[in-house]
Design a protein around this ligand. Structure first.
Ligand SMILES: N[C@@H](CCC(=O)N[C@@H](CS)C(=O)NCC(=O)O)C(=O)O
Length: 218
């Protein structure tokens, strides 16, 4: 049985949704292990043996540990191609990976600069500046995702739920935590609300104990 190490509300939600979709479509069960990031559980010797980077997610299959969201999700899709978590047709797949890679290598690290500026620069002034610049960039990135939702049919890549949808949900929740009111991104908010009611997504949210409403005025 595959096992996912996840942090509630973290980026590990993306493969978590994939595993739920696989279970719904094939009956293939998985184990979900919560890692409390705020308690530093990702830095215990046992966890570092699984992922020396000390990050979630880790996907374990047949005793082998895999890290990096894009690699883990590509693996899940190749193992269960019938679930259609990524398109099979080469050009459509490349387009999907282009969106997915942008989310993972650009949008995600932008939020990290808002959430933990102290990991990048030392002084309080530099941290405040970095946070402010990252917030502007993150808002623009969320607007770009909102533009993608205009073509959702009903999901971002078409008829089937994909990892890109799950990442979109994660980012809107994170935006709320950063003081971005989702009501200012109404099409994106409506898309995510519908998505959250989709069974594999709803199940993953319930297991993680997370809600969509994260917005707090800063
Ligand atoms: N590029 C990595 C990013 C993973 C990542 O940033 N994980 C965050 C949660 S969203 C984490 O584990 N943070 C814990 C920490 O920094 O201590 C991936 O794709 O897996």
């Amino acid at each position: 049985m595959m096992k996912l190490y996840y942090g509630p509300g973290a980026c590990s939600f993306v493969p978590h949704v994939g595993l739920e979709a696989i279970r719904a479509a094939t009956g293939e069960d998985f184990e979900a292990q919560s890692v409390k990031l705020h308690k530093g559980e990702q830095r215990t010797p046992e966890y570092l043996a699984l992922n020396p980077l000390g990050l979630v997610p880790v996907l374990v299959d047949e005793g082998r540990a895999l890290n990096q969201i894009v690699a883990s999700c590509d693996y899940l899709d190749r193992r269960y191609p019938q679930v259609g978590l990524l398109p099979a047709e080469p050009w459509q797949r490349a387009q999907a990976m282009s969106h997915f890679a942008w989310m993972n290598n650009t949008v995600h690290p932008t939020f990290t600069r808002i959430f933990r500026p102290g990991s990048f620069v030392a002084s309080e002034t530099a941290q405040a500046e970095l946070k402010q610049a990252a917030l502007v960039a993150f808002r623009e990135q969320l607007e770009r995702i909102q533009a993608m939702t205009a073509h959702a049919a009903p999901f971002l890549l078409g008829e089937r739920l994909s990892f890109v949808d799950a990442y979109a949900l994660v980012f809107l929740r994170w935006g709320g935590l950063a003081g971005i009111d989702p009501a200012t991104l109404p099409a994106y908010q409506a898309f995510v609300e519908k998505l959250a009611a989709t069974p594999p997504v709803a199940t993953a949210m319930a297991r993680e104990g997370i809600k969509l409403a994260t917005y707090q005025k800063t």
